[in-house]
Design a protein around this ligand. Structure first.
Ligand SMILES: Nc1ncnc2c1ncn2[C@@H]1O[C@H](COP(=O)(O)OP(=O)(O)OP(=O)(O)O)[C@@H](O)[C@H]1O
Ligand SMILES: [Mg+2]
Length: 387
């Protein structure tokens, strides 16, 4: 093999530019050591390399960010166990690298302290003679991808269950309407029997309630088709307050809406947003039993979940109700979970569905006796619209 062919091989089969060779002749200024340092620093993957004795040889900013580490000037040379004390599972895996026959490629692992999911690839570092002198790890924060996949799975599941539920609900609706109408006719026929009248009134109201639940189930299982437009959060919240007043007993509850001027409009479905806030306010009314204050606070925030930071609006709905135990709080978003005798348990499940459809997120802060705050974060522009 000629020198020229060997050289081409090293260049990955591609011809080098005229006058440029790897080892001899002119080296373009970009290929000096600083260039490689900048390359690693600027990578959008986390990169970490270490020597055979388990000491850090290289790390970039993204790696610091993913591991939630604060950089120290003496990090290089530190043992991995000392650098990553809260990630013993990562340290163990890295220390085993030199004993593995097959290095993981595109493997995944969950970082315990933060719950982040990372996708990683391991590689060996060899010197000119082929001797292994270290190893490297390339990784990416997959939390966001995971969330999207989880949502996708949930959507598929809901679509399958939903189809069946929708079919049943549809079939039940007609006989229910029949019961209601016929009970009404019967009531008129037996005007002279007050006891029987009372029974029929009960039958009618039970049928109405069953019908309302069927409606809600249908609403829940129907896939959301968003009619997206530039929407002011303030309008959606105000409409929700009016709507809630027609649906639930407000009593002396004060509702304090604090939405600052200049909050960005968000790409959202106005109707769905109104429904979202109506469900939250209804729960707050029901929890507070006619007394106290509900505060709806909106602010401009930025979502930073591993990708590019995205502008978003955070809406917090805080009530002074009884709050919830951690056990209860964990279950409230599940469909059909309710503690109310007349509840269908779909209010918050629908809220979550709407938030997901808008590519947003929701969480709640609550404790017994401390009220409940539900925090909804909605991106100004949903991810799929940015592309
Ligand atoms: N603001 C709140 N304060 C205290 N508990 C709440 C609050 N919001 C929800 N919950 C609890 O979560 C449960 C589920 O709420 P969700 O809105 O999904 O259903 P529901 O209100 O019971 O019924 P539906 O909304 O369908 O009429 C409630 O039954 C209640 O126990
Ligand atoms: Mg509810």
């Amino acid at each position: 093999m000629t020198t020229a062919r060997r050289r081409m091989g090293r260049a990955g089969g591609r011809q080098l530019a005229p006058g440029v060779t790897r080892r001899h002749g002119r080296v373009p200024p970009v290929q000096d050591e600083a260039f490689f340092r900048y390359l690693v620093a600027g990578m959008r993957n986390g990169v970490l390399a270490f020597t055979r004795d388990g000491r850090l040889a290289l790390i970039n900013d993204e790696a610091y960010r993913i591991f939630d580490l604060t950089p120290r000037h003496d990090d290089l040379g530190r043992p991995l166990a000392e650098l990553l004390p809260s990630h013993p599972e990562v340290v163990r895996m890295l220390n085993n690298v030199f004993d593995l026959h097959l290095l993981p490629n595109r493997a995944e692992l969950r970082l315990r302290p933060s719950g982040k999911v990372i996708g990683y690839t391991l590689g060996l570092v060899r010197d000119d003679s082929g001797r292994v002198i270290g190893a490297s790890m390339y990784f990416k924060d997959l939390t966001r991808v995971e969330q999207l996949e989880e949502r996708e799975r949930l959507r598929d599941r809901l679509a399958a269950v939903g189809e069946m539920a929708a079919a049943i609900a549809h079939e039940v609706k007609n006989p229910l309407a029949g019961i209601e109408v016929m009970a009404g006719l019967l009531r008129r026929k037996i005007a002279a029997l007050p006891d029987a009248q009372a029974l029929l009134t009960d039958i009618i109201s039970e049928a109405k309630m069953a019908n309302a639940i069927v409606q809600e189930v249908l609403e829940f299982v129907r896939p959301i088709r968003l009619q997206v437009e530039h929407t002011a959060v303030r309008d959606a919240v105000q409409s929700a307050v009016h709507l809630t007043d027609t649906k639930a007993r407000r009593g002396d509850i004060a509702v304090d809406v604090r939405v600052p001027e200049g909050l960005p409009l968000i790409q959202a479905d106005r109707y769905q947003l109104t429904q979202l806030f109506t469900n939250l306010l209804t729960n707050a009314y029901e929890a507070m039993d006619g007394r106290g204050r509900i505060t709806v606070l909106a602010s401009s925030v930025s979502i930073d979940d591993g990708g590019e930071p995205r502008a978003a609006v955070l809406v917090e709905v805080a009530d002074e109700g009884p709050g919830m135990s951690p056990d209860l709080a964990e279950r409230v978003f599940k469909p059909f979970f309710t503690t109310k005798p007349q509840g269908s348990g779909l209010g918050l499940a629908i809220v979550r569905k709407i938030v997901d459809a808008h590519d947003g997120s929701i969480d709640l802060q609550t404790a017994p006796g401390r009220g409940t705050t539900i925090r909804v974060t909605l991106p100004v522009t949903a991810l799929h619209e940015e592309q």
